[in-house]
Design a protein around this ligand. Structure first.
Ligand SMILES: Nc1ncnc2c1ncn2[C@@H]1O[C@H](COP(=O)(O)OP(=O)(O)OP(=O)(O)O)[C@@H](O)[C@H]1O
Length: 464
């Protein structure tokens, strides 16, 4: 039988007989068969941190943590989970304050079971509508009125939209396109989209030129005739010819030697090339798209890249922004990669907590989108719970030397009168709390201290 709802309903009451009889009623009369029971209110928060739950039903009168306190804690940490409160006849005033504190609904324990079932079903319905809305919204945002060629590029960033619009506009031209940007920002993905836009029926041939010495470069790109060198027993077509009227994508172009740059210049400028060992000039119609993560203008200044080649290649140029400059893309990208990784690793799709996005917001992603993708695959491959755990991400983020520190040293200007260590530490704590949107676990992780240590500092800082 299919579990209904998809994620369980959690019933919390210290009276075990009530838990069992209500679970039975939900199953028999409401068809709700996915139910968890807890008779100890202290178990609830740890359970919610590890498992996705649809709705929580709590009794107001319980030892250890009362229903009222538990409601407050759940509403604070898991505002998205509806909480239904069950009260005694004489607790109506408390029930009203629970509604104000964020309860989804309340019922008197002795009320007819049908009414309780209807209340639980309303919460389930509310959740599934909310989820559906979220899915639709991210789908709309991710694919907002964009050309089909950009389907795989997930973004909601205005600078990225501008860049894609520009590429769409220049796609009919046969002039070269140069795609610059840090490693892992999606340059190859964009190069493939350029090909889709301009000549999708023609071949796309990609060559990473970084590891090629001059001879290999010439042989790979231009091919050779039989007997051109020892071992060249037969003729071989190079990548330029294989690209025909399509696209020749040259990745890591900044690493090309000066000698090979001359050969490439001839191809770009004259559209001509010579296979190795041949003196018969051949012509190429392929469109050249290049990508690089090095600063070519600096290389020109250092005499390591030809200016004439650069200006030819950069007829149409785009610079892909690093992920830290488009952090608003994080929720879309995280959901996209979680979907992708769950399918690839054949695991049920875990839920993504808001706290994860907050944590990622504070990270500088030196490896950009590729790093985010790898983190998600790694964490997902190691865990099996219903929620994508934060610990795996924290470990990674904290073990990466902080690029932030280098940025900080460059950006930070100390006033002439230095602040005291105590003042600095207060400012740091405040900044971390603000970046973590008030979440102490995340703020502590950012500061590299335990949550208890942070909590102590916060208490000391509070005015009372
Ligand atoms: N906007 C995006 N939407 C979806 N996936 C993306 C996006 N940007 C990058 N990726 C994914 O991130 C990974 C790295 O992207 P890609 O190889 O295109 O980066 P790159 O800039 O060419 O890196 P490098 O400079 O190291 O060659 C790929 O798996 C790619 O599919």
């Amino acid at each position: 039988m299919m579990p209904y709802p998809e994620h369980p309903i959690l019933l919390v009451d210290d009276e075990e007989p009530w838990l069992h009889s209500f679970a039975l009623t939900l199953r028999q009369r409401g068809g709700i068969n996915n139910v968890l029971k807890s008779s100890d209110s202290r178990e609830v928060l740890p359970l919610l941190r590890n498992q996705v739950v649809d709705t929580v039903v709590i009794d107001l009168t319980m030892p250890h943590i009362s229903g009222e306190e538990l409601l407050e804690q759940i509403s604070h940490e898991f505002p998205e989970i509806p909480v239904i409160v069950i009260t005694g006849m004489n607790q109506l005033d408390v029930a009203v304050s629970c509604m104000k504190a964020g309860a989804f609904d309340f019922f008197i324990k002795t009320a007819e079971r049908e009414r309780l079932i209807a209340g639980v079903k309303r919460a389930i319905e509310f959740n599934s509508l909310k989820l559906e809305n979220q899915r639709l919204r991210s789908k709309m945002l991710a694919t907002r009125s964009r050309h089909a060629a950009f389907e795989e590029i997930v973004t909601d960033d205005p600078a990225m939209f501008k860049l894609l619009d520009y590429l769409e506009a220049v796609s009919p031209s046969r002039h070269p396109v140069l795609i610059c940007g840090e490693s892992g920002t999606g340059k190859e993905l964009i190069a493939r989209a350029v090909h889709q836009l301009s000549c999708p029926e023609q071949p796309l041939v990609a060559v990473n030129v970084a590891g090629l010495d001059d001879d290999m470069f010439a042989d790979t790109l231009f091919g050779h005739v039989a007997g051109a060198f020892t071992g060249a027993s037969s003729k071989r077509f190079g990548m330029v010819e294989q690209a025909a009227n399509g696209t020749l994508f040259l990745d890591e172009i900044g690493d090309l030697s000066l000698h090979s740059q001359v050969k490439l210049l001839r191809l770009v400028q004259e559209r001509e090339f010579l296979p190795v060992g041949s003196d018969k000039v051949k012509r190429s119609q392929a469109r050249i798209v290049c990508a690089t993560n090095v600063d070519l203008e600096q290389k020109i200044k250092d005499g390591r890249f030809r200016a004439d080649l650069y200006y030819r290649l950069a007829t149409h140029q785009v610079v892909v922004p690093p992920l830290r400059e488009r952090r608003a893309d994080l929720p879309l990208l995280v959901n996209y990669f979680v979907d992708q990784a769950s399918v690839d690793l054949a695991k049920p799709r875990p839920a993504v907590k808001k706290e994860l996005i907050t944590l990622l917001h504070c990270y500088h992603f030196p490896g950009n989108v590729r790093e985010l993708q790898a983190m998600i695959y790694d964490v997902l491959s190691r865990y099996h719970s219903g929620v994508l755990p934060l610990d795996g991400f924290r470990e990674k983020i904290l073990s990466t030397p902080s690029g932030g520190i280098t940025e900080l040293v460059e950006e930070m200007v100390f006033p002439e009168h230095l602040p005291s260590l105590q003042e600095m530490s207060r400012l740091l704590v405040e900044e971390a709390m603000s970046r973590a949107q008030g979440n102490q676990r995340t703020a502590a992780a950012l500061l590299g201290i335990s949550q208890q240590a942070l909590s102590k500092r916060l208490k000391k800082m509070s005015p009372s």
